[in-house]
Ligand binder design. Sequence first.
Ligand code: 4AD
Ligand code: MG
Length: 459
Amino acid sequence: LIKDIYRNTEKYEGQTVIIEGWIRTLRASKAFGFIEVNDGSFFKNIQVVFEEGLENFAEISKLSISTSIRVEGKLELTPGAKQPFEIKAISIDVEGSSNSEYPLQKKRHSFEFLREIAHLRPRSNTFSAVFRVRSLAAFAIHKFFQERGFVYTHTPIITGSDAEGAGEMFRITTLDPKNPKVDEQGEVDFTKDFFGKETSLTVSGQLQGEAYALAFRNIYTFGPTFRAENSHTARHASEFWMIEPEIAFADLEDNMELAEEMLKYIINYVIENAPEEMEFFNNFVDKGLLDRLNNVVNAEFARVTYTEAIELLKKSGQTFEYPLEWGCDLQTEHERYLTEKIFKKPVFVTDYPKDIKAFYMKLNEDGKTVAAMDLLVPGVGEIIGGSQREDKLELLEQRMDDMGLNKEDYWWYLELRKYGSTRHAGYGLGFERAIMYLTGVSNIRDVISFPRTPKSAEF
Ligand code: 4AD
Ligand code: MG
């Protein structure tokens, strides 16, 4: 594999090797030619040189980009050249041909164009780098939590509970709208179709995660979540992945420490294990990315309460599209101004007004704010949302009543407060937003293999 050759070049010097991969570029003259091949094992290509003497020289000279080939050849070092080594072909066999209609010809393509060919874009440099980093970051997250003894908990995808209480769920129905089964009254209820129950796709695994934290102490989830919010922004998707740790015998402070340690760990892991990809992002996607990330792992994140943040934003003299008042939610423009202009690093905003946050957050002593924390980062805004949970049954019931939620729907969640309740906290890291932050890619559609947004569910 190409990766092995790059990492252990001395071992292969002068050896005959076999490469199976796809043509990325091909240049040929009468007497010889060069092919850059990528075999998928590594971000970089390997250069193959072929000469007139090759049995099928004429055929090979005319091959199109993306043809899959099998090359047998000798590895030679090329000191001083652009690439550290090349393969002198002994034989080249074609496995699958391609043709000149292949849309990814060698030039720069816009992200918009590449989105339309989501089935081919992983073959481009940018997306090769994005999805390698995505894979590594996922591994780093598991490694981080497993090393600390957290139990990986699989929470349901189909659920009867609205974890955020915000009503932004995709309903499940198996009914055929053209041929619905009608009940005795002659009516069709599309919403109650999961064997007569009302169910949806999960917006968060938190509530079930809390149940497991109250048995295992420290757990995390890592899975797909769905939101039926009709947001057409560069950072919202209808389907995205979330990591949700939940920790028992812990408060908001412990929660923030965990989040900060985790994010630094992921950054370090990716910089260490994907140096070529990160260098590429630094040069072609977001200049200065590596310096910024290196600063982040070496500095302490800032902390500010919501109330202080509102004051800072008001004092800044900056005019915002959405005016600011205590009590209103921070918009992306405010979040980014805080983290990019005021603090110039990741910042935790804590203690939001209770009315703009979910029902499960612990009420602070002032009776007005809750023990919430959002982590905002430059370039993206909010990547983490979390809180200490309300662990007192009466207060939780009170909050649910105030917000008009049906307590019966949450009967099992409420029982967690009856049987050995304890202080506990947790957060959700939006995985795609983390990847945007790590790579400098500015649109969420470009860090998801086949994105689902209000306007796109193709592929
Ligand atoms: O702030 P959110 O809604 O918090 C929760 O879901 C809690 N239940 C988490 C918890 O405490 N266990 O979402 C958490 C994170 C956000 O900070 C954001 O990064 C991401 O999930 N997120 C989205 N990412 C992409 N597209 C969307 N539509 C998103 N909505 C939230
Ligand atoms: Mg949030």
